[in-house]
Design a binder for this molecule. Structure first.
Ligand code: NOJ
Length: 557
């Protein structure tokens, strides 16, 4: 690893933190979080140690899909603030060494977007071809809908013009037609606009869906090649801002993901969420058996060294288990969300992690220790660092979008507005702010917050995790994941016990010689290396991270 790599390819070992401005901190007491509130929390994020802030959509929106339904790609939702306040967020974050990425949603607009309002007025509208239309009655597409609780087709009949329009998501989110060069120009302008304003890249929504038009429609200029379009978008981003990155939402099998990285030569998405490893992690946790997770890690295709997997345990959507088999999904449901009200769309869970682990701090810490030690770039969803729970009474995915719990004061310190004015009520019950809040945890050396902070620091101290080559270390216990990330002359060896029973194991440190030193990363306890073997004793749900290096290495001691 070279110095130029570590600074240029910053996403290889970033710690990403995702939040929705409207539920983070309300500075003007109207019940809705805002940009001014976020600005005053940037020091908090710096203290936690995150290096990249992902802002969920902050654009003007009728808010029928939590802001993913946009009416103006260049705007800022006035409830949150204005462009000036957004620039202050970005500027403050940069000043604290935190990069900022924005959600880029180009698969669709809101049906209230001026383009769609014009498009549906007449067949001759200049914006008609900004969307995807068909003349004939569509076939049954009920198996393709993303939100089966609300939709039964991906086509909607438009009375006025007598055609059907495509909407992969809700019917109020018509798909943009990126096969149309005029739409592609708009997409690039939008990207250029936000880069110019200071963002450091994008979390790109629904990538396979928006690229789909290129194949299904006539797409002049990109020869019907969806990946050619993605490559062009990535080149444009690079030309406009050399340090910017693109993190894509692409929930497809590992082997198919490779194409979205641009194959083994790269050049398309820089990062992609690893939905497969996330789902395998839950299966492994449910079974107390590390093998599904080990298999997912070894099944990852080799990617270009500039590319990276974004690892996560939770995001703002349902905790999807769609890539597990039906029987596997049933196991995870039984373990972590047995009641119907905990499930959504027959494929996912509405819950956050601590309640799923029945509040057992050993299991919660095990899961986060895994997240930060798995090869990749860890992504936290706000509130995970303090162990927030969900609100099962909230509709669908809204269950995990409750306000951030800063303190045990009114509305969890999120807002001083009347509780009835809040954009969403604060999580109730055993995970309410009385029980879970930042203020109680911040100075407590034994709190989850302090633990997560030490994982963030440990991960940042160990570039091997983000940059290295991973191997599963052979050992006889199915309940244990032992993995090793090697980079140049050093390695990180991490061991996790997924079962409730303590276990002791001997681990061979391949390549060890008289100059090899093994040290604990997360604790000060010394590690004995005897004849190239370390003995590791783990409590039930215990973990240990070790760094293997040369005694001559001045940086790593
Ligand atoms: C994916 C986003 O994560 C989700 O929240 C949204 O509903 C869909 N894309 C549609 O934009």
């Amino acid at each position: 690893m070279r110095v130029t790599d570590t600074s240029d390819l910053w996403w290889k070992n970033a710690v990403i933190y995702c939040l929705d401005v409207e539920t983070y901190d309300d500075a003007n007491a109207d019940g809705v979080g805002d940009l001014a509130g976020l600005t005053r929390r940037i020091d908090y994020l710096a203290e936690l140690g995150v290096t990249c802030l992902w802002l969920m959509p902050f654009y003007p929106s009728p808010d029928r899909d939590d802001g993913y339904d946009i009416t103006d790609f260049y705007g800022v939702d006035s409830r949150l603030g204005d462009h000036g306040q957004l620039v202050e967020v970005i500027r403050t974050a940069h000043e604290r060494g935190i990069r900022v990425i924005a959600d880029l949603i180009v698969n669709h607009t809101s049906d209230q977007h001026p383009w769609f309002r014009s498009a549906r007025r007449s067949l001759d509208s200049p914006y008609r071809d900004f969307y995807v239309w068909r003349d004939t009655e569509p076939p049954d597409t009920s198996d393709q809908v993303v939100f089966p609780d609300q939709e039964d087709s991906i086509w909607e009949y438009d009375e006025r013009t007598g055609q059907w329009y495509l909407h992969h998501f809700y019917k109020h989110q018509p798909d943009l037609n990126v096969a149309n060069p005029a739409v592609r120009d708009e997409v690039l302008r939008v990207i250029g606009f936000w880069l110019e304003l200071g963002v450091d890249g994008f979390r790109v929504d629904a990538v396979p869906f928006f690229l789909d038009d290129v194949e299904t429609q006539d797409a002049p200029g990109v020869g019907g090649q969806p990946h050619e379009l993605l490559r062009r978008i990535r080149s444009f981003v690079g030309r406009r801002k050399g340090s910017a990155m693109m993190l894509g939402e692409v929930n497809v099998p590992h082997q198919e993901q490779l194409a979205y990285f641009g194959g083994e030569h790269g050049g398309e998405l820089d990062l992609m969420f690893d939905f497969i490893t996330m789902q395998a992690t839950y299966l492994s946790l449910a079974r107390g058996d590390a093998r599904p997770l080990a298999r997912a890690l070894t099944d990852r295709p080799a990617i270009h060294p500039a590319c990276q997997w974004a690892t996560f345990l939770r995001n703002h959507d349902e905790l999807t288990l769609d890539k597990l088999t039906e029987a596997e999904r049933a196991e995870v449901f039984a373990a972590f969300g047995p009641r119907k009200e905990m499930q959504v769309y027959d494929r996912g869970l509405k819950r956050r992690l601590p309640p799923m682990m029945e509040g057992d701090p050993r299991r919660v810490r095990l899961a986060y220790s895994l997240l930060f030690s798995l090869p990749g770039t860890p992504t936290l969803y706000y509130g995970e660092e303090i162990g927030m729970g969900e609100d099962l009474a909230a509709y669908g995915r809204m269950a995990v979008r409750t306000p951030m719990q800063w303190s045990n004061t009114k509305n969890g310190g999120f807002s001083t507005a009347a509780p009835s004015k809040l954009i969403q009520r604060v999580a109730p019950g055993g995970y309410a702010p009385e029980h879970v809040n930042l203020a109680d945890q911040r100075d407590d050396p034994d709190s989850l917050w302090t633990f997560i902070r030490s994982l963030v620091a440990g991960y940042r101290r160990c570039p091997e995790i983000g940059w290295g080559r991973v191997q599963i270390v052979e050992q006889p216990h199915h309940q244990v994941l032992a993995h090793r990330c090697d980079l140049d002359d050093s390695a990180v060896l991490a061991v996790h016990n997924l079962s409730a029973e303590p276990v002791t194991l001997d681990l061979t440190v391949t390549g060890a010689d008289a100059h090899t030193v093994v040290a604990n990363v997360l604790s000060k306890e010394s590690v004995e290396l005897t004849d190239g073997v370390v003995q590791v004793a783990l409590e039930g749900y215990g973990h240990q991270w070790m760094r293997v290096h040369r005694d001559s290495d001045p940086h790593l001691a």
